[in-house]
Design a protein around this ligand. Structure first.
Ligand code: IMP
Length: 421
């Protein structure tokens, strides 16, 4: 069985928590795009783990894989492996596999990311992790791969070709070209330590599926940050939608059984770009404070707004969701009335689907449907029927409007605070 999970909004929908929960039922959990710009927080047995590279589900028996469509900072990965070991979680090569072709994020990628963002008149608000520049090198065929840092001969040959090019790129942006060659030996050292983890992810995943095993592909970021279909230029540099899992992992689309969207009961965005339902008032503050809406990777406060149905509809098209998990419903407790954006007004017209271009989306004024909220604490609920009537009605209304089943509802950060609807 092959299941793909992606974020249906702008990232931070709570994918990590859902994947972590579902990992118990899967043999393999695999990352297919993105890098350490992603972050997920797993709360288990009183401990909080903040992870960026290690796929979700690390606390269960599933094998974890990092696919060749990702970009990876090996220093951060090693730090995560060490942090987990200190907490008694041994991430051995039997547990984790890294594809030989995974692109390595080098110090010059991070430097270029920061320099470029500094020079943009209209900022993207990148995480400064070097993601865009590492992907540019993947597509430009100038990447350093996992296999390169694990072999000093390959690495030296690669760097011989790349160093002059990167030095001149950094100089051109008034940066310090010394960054290109500083700490290169560290990469070889880390490569040596990560070498036992190298694997062929496409082969492993296909073998597992052919043997009837269960594979869960874990997306990073969210659908509207997709480099092709998102709100350019305020997007990440990889394809974040479900189809990207097949391309990134080397698994044919005929193998896909389920596509689950993770969607918050409201919406958030970190960084720049249009967000039609953004709230700059006390309701927005409520969502940020109660939802602890601060970036896992950068700590930046997230912009918060009401649930946006047109964006959800587009996400359903982009991913072909078979099912949804609705997260953070508890954050809405205490707000009444609640608002759901059912459409937009743009240039005197009413739209029920987002316009394709970002500047048009930025000009959209939301049209809202108001529904009554609830005041009761729902963080302890373990079943749909135990929730206050208005909370049940809110979920059922979203389900009806989206036309896709909401299979799971999450009412808090802990593992036990998610139930099947
Ligand atoms: P980059 O991926 O660092 O290049 O950043 C591009 C945009 O994507 C910025 O607006 C980031 O804030 C956003 N972004 C990147 N990763 C995440 C994520 O995991 N969650 C939410 N937003 C993200």
């Amino acid at each position: 069985m092959f299941t793909i999970i992606t974020g249906a909004q702008f990232g931070d929908e709570g994918k990590g928590k859902l994947v972590d929960m579902l990992a118990q039922e899967y043999d393999i959990v695999v990352r297919f795009q993105g890098g350490d710009n992603a972050g997920h927080t797993v709360v288990a047995e009183g401990k909080t783990y903040k992870l960026h590279n290690v796929p979700s589900g690390v606390l269960f028996d599933a094998r974890l894989l990092i696919g060749p469509g990702t970009v990876m900072n090996p220093k951060i990965l090693l730090e995560e492996i060490e942090m987990l070991a200190e907490n008694g979680v041994d991430v051995t090569p039997q547990k984790l596999g890294i594809d030989a072709k995974t692109s390595i994020i080098m110090p010059y990628h991070m430097a270029l990311d920061t320099l470029r963002e500094g020079k943009r008149t209209v900022k993207i608000g990148t995480t400064s992790r070097g993601i865009g520049f590492a992907y540019m090198d993947k597509v430009g065929r100038d990447e350093v791969q996992m296999a390169d840092i694990a072999d000093s001969g390959r690495f030296k040959k690669r760097m011989y070709e790349i160093v002059p090019q990167k030095k001149s790129a950094i100089k051109e942006m008034n940066g310090d070209p010394a960054i290109v060659t500083s700490g290169l030996d560290d990469y070889l050292e880390i490569g040596k330590r990560l070498k036992p983890y190298i694997t062929d992810v496409s082969r492993e995943v296909n073998l597992a599926l052919n043997a009837g095993k269960k594979v869960l592909a874990e997306g990073a970021q969210g659908s509207h940050l997709d480099v092709i279909h998102g709100t350019q230029k305020f997007v990440t540099s990889s394809s974040t939608v479900a189809g990207s899992a097949c391309a990134g992992l080397g698994v044919g689309p005929t193998k896909v059984d389920n596509v689950m969207g993770i969607i918050k009961a409201y919406i958030t965005r970190v960084g720049e770009g249009p967000l039609p339902t953004e709230l700059k008032n006390k309701d927005g503050e409520h969502l940020r404070e109660k939802g602890m809406e601060f970036g896992t990777t950068t700590g930046r406060p997230r912009r918060c707004g009401w649930f946006d149905l047109p964006l959800a509809k587009k996400s359903i098209n982009l991913n072909g969701y078979t099912t949804f998990a609705l997260t953070k419903l508890d954050v809405l407790t205490g707000l009444s009335p609640l608002r759901i954006c059912t459409g937009y007004e743009l240039n005197g017209k009413t739209l029920d689907y987002p316009p394709e271009l970002s500047d048009e989306l930025a000009g959209c004024k939301p049209v809202y449907k108001e529904v009554p909220g609830w005041g009761e604490d729902i963080t302890g609920t373990t079943g749909f029927g135990d929730m206050p009537g208005n909370a049940q009605k809110y979920v059922l209304l979203l389900e009806e409007m989206m036309g896709v089943t909401i299979e799971y509802v999450s009412v808090g950060p802990g593992r036990k605070q998610t139930f099947k609807k």
